[in-house]
Design a protein around this ligand. Structure first.
Ligand code: SF4
Length: 214
């Protein structure tokens, strides 16, 4: 376990962020595990808002994993084109859908190793799915999460796996997913990459920035 003051501060950060951001659902819009998985894969290198604009048509045309696996690649590419990297993403979502259809009886798997076996699903995406769908402890390291935690002085790491491990040690497992989602929201809404809004930040009294964490 890392030193107690850091753990106490991480808990205090989360206490405050739970008040500031009451919801902890992903910003991606979805109605089923299949839809969340596909939306998460499509969200690489683009915004959640952009993904939300195209998924209604995608899920209307391809309402389940087996339909998407059998879908015409050109039609899929045309729908997801606005999300960028559309050829690679079309390949990945078809392959992931095929695996779900063939290997997992059409059901999104829950185990980390099974999720990581799906095309386009890395550790960050797998943790989103495990936390949001299945209630597992999940530290979700994206660019917002890494930046905010470094500024808060809760990690000095840059490698996502090390950040995940260090932050996980600071909080009880049942708070991991909540912490991930709220810190992510905070990075989007206040602790901006270029110019963090420190004056208005609800974490001001808990944050050592701008000391040399970043
Ligand atoms: S005080 Fe500034 S650096 Fe610290 S969390 Fe808030 S916005 Fe980010």
């Amino acid at each position: 376990m890392r030193e107690a003051p850091l753990a106490a501060r991480a808990e205090a950060v989360l206490d405050q962020l739970e008040k500031t951001y009451p919801r902890d659902r992903p910003l991606l819009v979805y109605d089923s595990p299949y839809q969340l998985l596909i939306a998460v894969v499509l969200s690489a290198q683009t915004t959640d808002a952009q993904v939300n604009r195209i998924t209604p048509e995608l899920f209307t045309r391809f309402p389940d994993p087996c339909a998407l696996a059998a879908g015409d690649p050109t039609a899929i590419e045309a729908i997801i084109h606005p999300t960028g990297f559309f050829r690679a993403k079309a390949r990945n979502i078809r392959a992931a859908a095929r695996a779900i259809c063939d290997r997992f009886d059409g059901t999104v798997p829950e185990a980390m190793d099974d999720l990581l076996s799906l095309a386009g699903v890395g550790r960050k995406s797998a943790n989103v799915i495990r936390g949001a769908l299945f209630g597992h402890p999940a530290i979700i390291v994206d660019t917002h999460f890494a930046r905010v935690n470094r500024r808060l002085g809760l990690t000095a790491q840059t490698d996502p796996t090390r950040i995940e491990r260090e932050i996980a040690e600071l909080l009880p497992a049942y708070r991991h997913y909540s912490y991930s989602m709220r810190v992510n929201y905070h990075g989007r809404d206040c602790c901006f990459a270029r110019s963090p809004a420190c004056t208005d930040c609800p974490l001001r009294d808990l944050c050592p920035y701008p000391q040399p964490q970043e």
